[in-house]
Design a protein around this ligand. Structure first.
Ligand SMILES: [Zn+2]
Length: 336
């Protein structure tokens, strides 16, 4: 009986190692451990043995049975992982995963678009520091000492003389100081004002300014360049008008309106029923500013203009709250 048990055990392990799939393994199990399997029958015949032999044979029979069961289980597992390797767990019918990619902020897009229009018209790009001195931010730009814009209400002072620039105009002074005329530059940048935060105003915003100084530059040249810009940026049918205004650094000065592209001039909520939208300020460079950078106002003249990128973007996309630009809410940003 010992030989029969040992032989059955060896035979079973051999057949298990040869089995190619789970159904073959099941056949092996039935042949040895099934109701009429070889090992099962041997176990049943233990009763025929003498009391002396029975315990040792019983022990051996159970060892053989356990060995076969363990081997079967291992083989099932091995076959299973082979199957998984042969068929990768890839379902090509599933919809693909969307890859998120970064995009340019709407204000960056608008700034780039505005700057590209002016560079195509012969302007070069200039930038300057956001931390400025009173001289560059105010004095050289002909702001009188008592001008309300210098007030603590509007300007973030960082010390006695240092401040966060309230406009990009200091760059005009820095460019003209660094070179003689002719000058033709466009100056994009971030500016700061100590204003109440509400849907219409924020403490940070973006400007693009332009400056052209040369011999015989006229207000007609200014009109021409702004008309070209408005046509390119807002569309060829956009109407344009100049209204007299005042800025310390230009004389004469004008505010420039475009025909409301929402109501086509008929009057709506956005244009406050006027049919016009104010988009920028402009004018001829004040002789005092030219003198501040040692240009001779008898020899050269120039124009300057500036616009708020936030305001223009709000008008263009129908955004009614400037704060949306600064909250970095992806639901908002992904629309651009
Ligand atoms: Zn309108």
């Amino acid at each position: 009986m010992r030989d029969e048990l040992e032989q059955a055990g060896r035979q079973a392990l051999e057949e298990i190692s040869r089995a190619k799939n789970e159904s073959e393994l099941e056949q092996v199990r039935i042949r040895f451990l099934g109701r009429k399997g070889k090992v099962t029958l041997l176990l049943r015949s233990l009763g025929d043995l003498s009391d002396e032999d029975r315990p040792a044979m019983g022990k051996l029979a159970n060892q053989v049975k356990e060995k076969i069961e363990k081997s079967l289980a291992q083989r099932v597992q091995a076959l299973g992982s082979q199957v998984r390797e042969a068929v990768p767990s890839l379902d090509i019918t599933l919809p693909g995963r969307k890859w998120w990619t970064g995009g340019l902020h709407p204000l960056t897009q608008a700034t780039q678009e505005i700057v590209e229009i002016f560079t195509s018209l012969g302007f070069r790009v200039a930038t300057g520091p956001e931390v400025e001195t009173e001289y560059y931010n105010f004095e050289a730009l002909n702001f009188p000492k008592d001008h309300p814009a210098r007030d603590m209400q509007d300007t973030y002072y960082l010390g006695d003389d240092l401040l966060l620039r309230t406009h990009t105009s200091p760059v005009q002074i820095r460019v003209m100081e660094s070179q003689g005329p002719p000058v033709r530059v466009v100056m994009p940048g971030r500016v700061y004002r100590n204003e109440e935060i509400n849907p219409r105003s924020f403490t940070v915003f973006y400007q693009v300014e332009g400056l052209y100084v040369d011999q015989h530059v006229t207000f007609g040249d200014l009109k021409g360049v702004l008309a070209a810009f408005v046509e390119r940026f807002f569309g060829p049918k956009t109407s344009l008008r100049f209204r007299p205004s005042f800025f310390p650094f230009t004389e004469p000065s004008a505010e420039v309106d475009i025909g409301c592209f929402i109501c086509q001039g008929k009057g709506c909520r956005v244009c406050k029923r006027t049919g016009w939208l104010e988009i920028l300020g402009a004018g001829m460079v004040d002789p005092a500013v030219l003198e501040a950078v040692n240009y001779d106002p008898e020899e050269v003249s120039g124009y300057a203009f500036g616009m708020g990128v936030d305001r223009i973007s709000m008008l263009r996309y129908g955004i009614d709250d400037i704060r949306l630009f600064y909250e970095n809410d992806l639901r908002f940003l992904q629309q651009f």
